[in-house]
Design a protein around this ligand. Structure first.
Ligand SMILES: C[S@@+](CC[C@H](N)C(=O)[O-])C[C@H]1O[C@@H](n2cnc3c(N)ncnc32)[C@H](O)[C@@H]1O
Length: 264
């Protein structure tokens, strides 16, 4: 029988897997940058940024190769990007244009440890596709909430949620679309000689074994911590934009969510 995961094991697996991901992360995850997802991201960024003053400070926890942080940097904000993986941080660092470099501070470390040791104030804390990698995401979320004073914001972006499709016809179409999406993806990765890391993700995507992140649980925690949720959006991400468009506009399925909250 496999030994039960511990926090250390989950951290170790995340370091290992993301060392393999590093510079090819976004090529391997087109579901984060296809036209459909980009539209959602741009809208969410615009909503978050309308409330910010020039020079505001952003903390991107689990920033990875930094595609979201780069969006904040190019809008003139100061970004602290923290990630457990030295290789992901290095790839991020290499992609920052020299003119934006002075606005960026990059840190290698564990999110929980960083939050307990660093007392700086941030205007926005960003969590993009990191909660499902954490051993105890609830505790990290609460740690962040207590740090947010009045007017400060939290952006939870692109976390997996449990898919539920009740209609049998929709279910068949949903599975067929998902199958096609993955087939084409594998074909493209093979053609580009990009290894897919399927078998590597098990322990690093720790929360997936529990069905992903439950948005209702997040809402509960944020309310308990006194935050006001301004927006929650559930939708379906797919490798290719056209498939994402069909999944959302025709089938109405959901497998991910974004959330934007503030402390009143
Ligand atoms: C799925 S990637 C998402 C990267 C980026 N936020 C994005 O949206 O493209 C998850 C990232 O979380 C980082 N990570 C995992 N566990 C972490 C932890 N305990 N503390 C900080 N970063 C962590 C990984 O190294 C990885 O770069």
């Amino acid at each position: 029988m496999a030994s039960p995961a511990t926090k250390e094991k989950v951290l170790e697996e995340n370091r290992r897997v993301h060392a393999l991901e590093n510079r090819l992360y976004l090529s391997r995850h087109p579901e984060q940058t296809n036209f459909f997802q980009r539209g959602i991201l741009e809208k969410m960024m615009a909503e978050v940024c309308t409330t910010l003053r020039p020079g505001s400070k952003i903390l991107d926890l689990g920033c990875g190769t930094g595609y979201l942080s780069l969006g904040f940097l190019s809008r003139g904000y100061h970004v602290t990007g923290l990630d457990l993986s030295r290789e992901m941080i290095q790839a991020f660092e290499e992609s920052i244009p020299a003119t934006l470099r002075p606005q960026a501070r990059l840190v290698v470390g564990d999110a929980e440890e960083f939050l307990s040791q660093n007392q700086d104030e941030y205007d926005v804390v960003v969590l993009s596709a990191i909660l499902h990698h954490l051993f105890d995401y609830e505790s990290v979320l609460r740690q962040i909430c207590v740090r947010l004073s009045s007017g400060k914001q939290l952006l939870v972006f692109f976390e997996p949620l449990k898919q539920e499709v009740h209609s049998p016809i929709k279910f068949v179409l949903h599975r067929a679309l998902s199958w096609l999406d993955e087939k084409l993806y594998r074909f493209e990765m093979k053609a580009k000689s990009i290894p897919v890391l399927d078998d590597e993700y098990h322990h690093s995507d720790y929360q997936r074994q529990f069905g992903g992140i439950d948005p209702n649980r997040i809402l509960e925690i944020l309310r308990e911590e006194g935050l006001e949720v301004l927006k929650i959006e559930k939708y379906c991400a797919r490798r290719y934009g056209l498939h994402a468009w069909l999944a959302n506009r025709v089938l109405g399925t959901q497998n991910t969510f974004n959330l934007f909250a503030t402390r009143p």
